[in-house]
Design a protein around this ligand. Structure first.
Ligand code: C2E
Ligand code: CA
Ligand code: CA
Length: 772
């Protein structure tokens, strides 16, 4: 409800003060009102008593006057003889002497004789009854429409001849007299009851209810009269009736005038209250401000803290708030310190304390001018060095190189990119300039490093990347520099600029692997067969099955691309099993077409240790009566060489010929030759292609053929492209030739066409005869 503590406190205290003020005011009013009412009630009661007393005195006077007339002999005779003139004169005299308002005689017959002496009207039945019952009754009568206080006296002459009635109007002057006699300004009024109730005017209904209720109780008590003309404390006194007229005296005292003496008091109280309320609100507002200002300061500081602004808070009080501020400042300090530590950890390499890759990314993102080059600086054969001198010293080398780098290119963004590479950004005019600068860097960095008194020499290679035309993130630039370093290592140069073409598109290649399985089942991947010519039999008696992939969108994909990828992504087993199954099937078709040829299949070296693959391969091998040959290339390190050897022996025992593929290139070596119990050696095409123009290669090929024969192996020459090489190989005693000269790899149908072409075979035979 309240969004500010200050407003809340102020409103709360103001409200509390108002409540207290109201309670005081109400109590004061209640006390004053009840005291006043009690006083008024007393006054009303005594005014009622005074009225009774006044009425009694007046009645005595009236009765005395009437008695004097009734005692007068002449008057008695006049009444007895109905002498109107005399009666009238006597009554007038009586009226004047007692100051009455109404005088008349009532005859024994009930006729009324007034001052005019005429005895025409008859008296009211009520009065007549009262006169008959009592000797000289007195009380209120209704005469000429007005209430009168009346006294009566019987007239005897000597018998009862009538009564003298003397009445005085209960008129306003008399009431005013009564009001004046009272200590308080009350209002007195006589009330007569008529057919519609008591009194008249607007107050009639309220009056009727009040009077009726008052008259019911035995003892008249002042009560609260709530009339339209105003609230008042009122007392009703019933008047004794003489002629049956119901009448009463109403004494009332308006409450407004009862409390008017206190109005000033209440007004003063209200004024004091308002002033007090103002003071309270003002004071609380000031005091709350003192409390909430430091709180605001703290709140603001906390808000800024979340935005990373560390500012101490100043609170100039000596209370809880200042202590809170002190704690807050301590907390801010601690957070800042911790954040600095975390930031340092996040952007530095814990081992060497050099900035890390993330830090470099940040700096590169902040400053990316044109002509900015990024060098990934690697230590050649770092794993070897680390193995020799230990991890601690190896990271010591990195640290030293980092320090050298910082001296050579001061303020340049630099970082440790990986366990064995540093990165540094620098400006250069063009790629040639960048290469020059890198060479200079290498010259400076390659100086010997002494660690604990031992001198270590390092060789440095650098891979360089530069921002490409399109938008590129620093992370991508760092990645390209790292790849360029790998490229430098691979091509054994000390500086390599990132070569996009050589790198290819790894993401696309990865997606290619996902499509390979589909290709295997939908026919995009198929087999081509390359014929091998046998010098001994002068015929084509074997083929090599080579896999082909005609990708629906990328066209022909070379096996040199996807076979190594399948090896690296663990899909080579599925591929090889597919090739084996299909090669066996096509071999069967070939045999059915009349050519029962041996079929060579390429087997990745690492599959040899795979028991699942071996199990299936064996099953497949046993299922066919035809000759199979497994060409084994040691493309990757075989994980379990002993197991691989055992498996090769099992294959051989089951009639499979084993061939060492690509002999002379890559990993294959003499040691390899010694271990593998192979039937055939395939000399790599690089030697065969230069056979006729390199004496050295010719010598190598010849001695390899002799070596293989010495070990009991047949020799196949790969990549035979021209008749000269073909003849030379024949002369060298090579067993088989494979190459474009004999046939290109072709689908089964084309192979069958070729095999049926006797002329072609005849051509080879002739070529051989001319050579020999
Ligand atoms: P490889 O086993 O050495 O196969 C011979 C390669 O030399 C084939 O290339 C063939 O087309 C090519 N060749 C044949 N004669 C000549 C010639 O006179 N001159 C030249 N320049 N090249 C010739 P291809 O088919 O592109 O295969 C490349 C490599 O892919 C193969 O080398 C083999 O290592 C691998 N590969 C092919 N098919 C399979 C397979 O089914 N399984 C496995 N694991 N690897 C395969
Ligand atoms: Ca091969
Ligand atoms: Ca080969």
């Amino acid at each position: 409800m309240f969004r500010q503590l200050r407003v809340k406190l102020t409103v709360l205290y103001g409200a509390l003060f108002c409540v207290a003020l109201l309670i005081i005011g109400a109590t004061a009013y209640a006390v004053v009102a009840s005291n006043t009412q009690r006083g008024v009630r007393d006054q009303l009661a005594s005014a009622g008593a005074v009225f009774d007393r006044m009425s009694e005195l007046r009645l005595q006077q009236l009765r005395a006057g009437a008695q004097r007339s009734a005692d007068d002999l002449g008057f008695r005779q006049a009444v007895a003889s109905r002498d109107g003139a005399t009666i009238g004169a006597a009554l007038s005299a009586l009226k004047t002497s007692v100051g009455a308002d109404a005088v008349f005689v009532v005859t024994a017959e009930g006729l009324m004789i007034g001052e005019d002496g005429a005895g025409n009207a008859s008296v009211s039945p009520g009065l007549q009854v009262a006169l008959g019952r009592e000797a000289a009754p007195s009380g209120i009568i209704m005469h000429a429409g007005e209430l009168h206080l009346a006294a009566t006296t019987p007239i005897y002459a000597p018998n009862l001849v009538g009564w003298v009635i003397v009445g005085e109007e209960i008129d306003q002057p008399e009431m005013r007299g009564l009001e004046r006699l009272s200590a308080i300004p009350l209002q007195a009024s006589p009330l007569a009851h008529d057919s519609e109730g008591w009194g008249g005017g607007a107050d009639r209904a309220a009056l009727t209810a009040f009077v009726d209720q008052s008259l019911q109780s035995t003892q008249a008590r002042p009560g609260l009269l709530d009339a339209p003309s105003g609230r008042a404390i009122a007392l009703v006194k019933p008047l004794r009736s003489l002629d049956g007229t119901r009448s009463a005296l109403l004494l009332r005292y308006p409450l407004s005038s009862a409390l008017s003496p206190y109005r000033t008091l209440f007004n003063t109280l209200i004024l004091i209250g308002l002033a007090g309320l103002g003071l309270i609100v003002f004071g609380t507002w000031l005091l709350a401000g003192d409390i909430t200002k430091p709180l605001h300061t703290l709140e603001e500081a906390a808000r800024r803290l979340t935005q990373g602004v560390y500012e101490p808070v100043v609170v100039r009080t000596k209370d809880e708030l200042s202590r809170l501020a002190e704690s807050f400042n301590a907390m801010t300090g601690a957070i800042r310190e911790r954040e600095q530590k975390i930031t340092h950890l996040a952007y530095h390499d814990a081992e060497t304390r050099l900035p890390n890759r993330l830090a470099l990314e940040r700096r590169l993102a902040a400053t990316q001018p044109k002509r900015l080059f990024l060098a990934a600086i690697g230590i050649d054969r770092f794993a070897h060095i680390r193995g020799a001198i230990g991890y601690a010293h190896a990271s010591g080398i990195i640290r030293r190189l980092g320090a050298r780098l910082a001296r050579l290119v001061p303020n340049a963004p630099m970082a440790r990119l990986s366990s064995e590479a540093l990165g540094v950004a620098f400006l250069a005019d063009d790629e040639a300039d960048a290469r020059k600068r890198c060479l200079a860097l290498i010259a400076n960095l390659e100086q010997s490093i002494s660690l604990d008194g031992q001198v270590v020499d390092v060789n440095i290679s650098i891979g360089v990347a530069w921002p490409r035309a399109e938008k590129e993130t620093p992370a991508e630039m760092i990645e390209r520099a790292s790849i360029a370093l790998d490229q430098a290592h691979a091509s054994r140069v000390n500086v390599a600029l990132f070569d996009e073409a050589a790198y290819g598109d790894p993401a696309r290649n990865l997606s290619l692997m996902g499509e390979m399985r589909k290709g295997l089942s939908n026919g995009d991947i198929f087999l081509a067969h390359q014929a091998k010519y046998n010098f001994r039999t002068n015929s084509i008696d074997s083929v090599e099955a080579l896999v082909r992939w005609k990708h629906p969108t990328r066209g022909m994909i070379a096996p040199d691309l996807f076979v190594p990828m399948a090896e690296e992504t663990g899909q080579v087993r599925a591929l090889t099993e597919w090739v084996l199954t299909n090669a066996i099937a096509e071999q069967k078709k070939l045999a059915e077409a009349g050519f029962p040829l041996a079929v060579s299949i390429n087997i990745s070296g690492r599959l040899l240790a795979d028991p699942d693959f071996m199990e299936r391969a064996l099953r497949a091998v046993k299922s066919t009566p035809h000759q199979l040959c497994f060409e084994i290339t040691e493309t990757a390190v075989i994980e379990d060489p002993k197991q691989a050897l055992r498996n090769i022996e099992v294959l051989a025992a089951n009639g499979v010929r084993v061939s060492i593929d690509d002999y002379g290139s890559g990993l294959s070596s003499l040691g390899y030759l010694k271990q593998l119990p192979a039937h055939e050696l395939k000399i790599d095409k690089v030697f065969i292609q230069s056979l006729t123009n390199s004496q050295r290669d010719a010598l190598l090929v010849r001695s390899t053929i002799d070596l293989a024969h010495g070990l009991g192996m047949k020799v196949t020459a790969e990549g035979v492209e021209n008749p000269a090489a073909f003849s030379l190989l024949a002369a060298m005693g090579c067993d088989m030739a494979q190459g474009y000269l004999i046939a290109r790899p072709a689908p089964l149908a084309d192979l069958i066409t070729l095999l049926n072409d006797d002329k072609r075979l005849e051509y080879y035979r002739k070529a051989l005869r001319t050579a020999s």
